[in-house]
Design a protein around this ligand. Structure first.
Ligand SMILES: [Zn+2]
Length: 71
């Protein structure tokens, strides 16, 4: 059963997920957030997340929500 779930997950990584959140730091820097692992992305419009390998979709990035850094 566990193997089956992993196969499904591996497939979804290749299907683009929309980037919908931007993390705003206290110093004014802003980073896009990976929709899958919530890691901050180093570059805007990078095709894949460095951390989890999720394929990213930037089509709706203009509508992304800004999230302020908490602590
Ligand atoms: Zn990620």
């Amino acid at each position: 059963m566990k193997t089956k779930i992993n196969v499904i997950e591996a497939t979804t990584y290749r299907q683009p997920l929309a980037v919908t959140e931007i993390l705003l730091l206290l110093n004014g820097d802003a980073f896009s957030i990976c929709p899958r692992c919530k890691n901050t992305l180093e570059w805007e419009y990078q095709r894949y997340c460095d951390r989890c390998g999720q394929c990213l979709d930037w089509d709706n990035f203009d509508d992304a929500v800004i999230v302020e850094f908490q602590g």
